[in-house]
Design a protein around this ligand. Structure first.
Ligand SMILES: O=C(O)[C@H](CS(=O)(=O)O)OP(=O)(O)O
Ligand SMILES: [Mg+2]
Length: 244
């Protein structure tokens, strides 16, 4: 298995696809997706266009649907939820279908949706993702950070590094065996530097500072947790994720 890290969706090669592509948006879309599945969501449909999202949701009984939309870090007016993992509970989410749009995570999933296998990862689900990769053994894996509006986000790359770090340890492999590009090596170094200080890293990261500006420290601490959920959202068809 060779792992390639791309800091943003825009960095991925236009003329190639891996066997498995993994979207990472630690703050907060892929952390929130895992939280929704942990609370019993039936599926998550992702959209970049809010009008299309509303039209798709109208095809379902309203009691089955949750409209989850975020712009500028805040809930979209008229939507049920924004993009907080703490919004999800079995009472609110179990058996329901999320129709979701966020600033960066949605764009990342759309960029990789043609890959034969597509998953999402977060720090909360790092070990579950590693175990899934060990079971599936894809030859090539892209770990794609969602970044922020086309620029690099520290927390996404540290999550990519955490995944590679664990895979190398479990397989007893060297960097040469496991990493496919220089960004993968750098991501592991970043993880090794911060692995015991994830909550601090969230506060150093510009994305974390944006959320702090919105007085959202609780989401930062939630998203900084490592290996707390045995959930791996996987693409069933383009734009639709399920928890198999
Ligand atoms: O809701 C989020 O955390 C971000 C938007 S912002 O950076 O806070 O404005 O969206 P995401 O798609 O999860 O990066
Ligand atoms: Mg983000």
């Amino acid at each position: 298995m060779k792992l390639f890290v791309y800091h943003t969706p825009e960095e991925t090669p236009a003329d190639a696809l891996p066997d498995c592509a993994i979207a990472i948006d630690v703050l907060r879309a892929t952390t929130t997706m895992a939280a929704a599945f942990a609370a019993g969501a039936e599926a998550i449909e992702v959209f970049s266009d809010l009008d299309k999202l509303v039209q798709a949701a109208q095809q379902w009984p309203s009691e089955k649907c949750i409209l989850a939309g975020e712009r500028g870090g805040q809930r979209v007016d008229g939507f049920d939820l924004g993009n907080s993992p703490r919004d999800h509970s079995p009472e609110r989410t179990a058996g329901r279908r999320l129709f979701m749009s966020t600033t960066n995570g949605t764009r990342c999933l759309q960029r990789i949706q043609a890959a034969p296998s597509v998953m999402t990862a977060a720090l909360t689900t790092r070990q579950a993702v590693v175990d899934k990769l060990l079971a599936k053994q894809p030859e090539t894996v892209w770990l794609v950070g969602s970044g922020w509006e086309g620029t690099y986000s520290l927390e996404d790359t540290v999550c990519a590094g955490a995944i590679i770090h664990s895979l190398m340890a479990k397989n007893n492999q060297s960097f040469v065996d496991c990493t496919g590009n220089d960004s993968a090596v750098a991501a592991v170094a970043l993880y090794e530097q911060w692995q015991h200080r994830m909550a601090e890293l969230m506060r150093v990261a510009t994305h974390g500072q944006r959320l702090l500006g919105l007085k959202n420290t609780a989401d930062l601490d939630y998203c900084a947790q490592m290996d707390v959920m045995d959930i791996v959202p996987e693409q069933e068809r383009p734009g639709v994720l399920v928890n198999r």
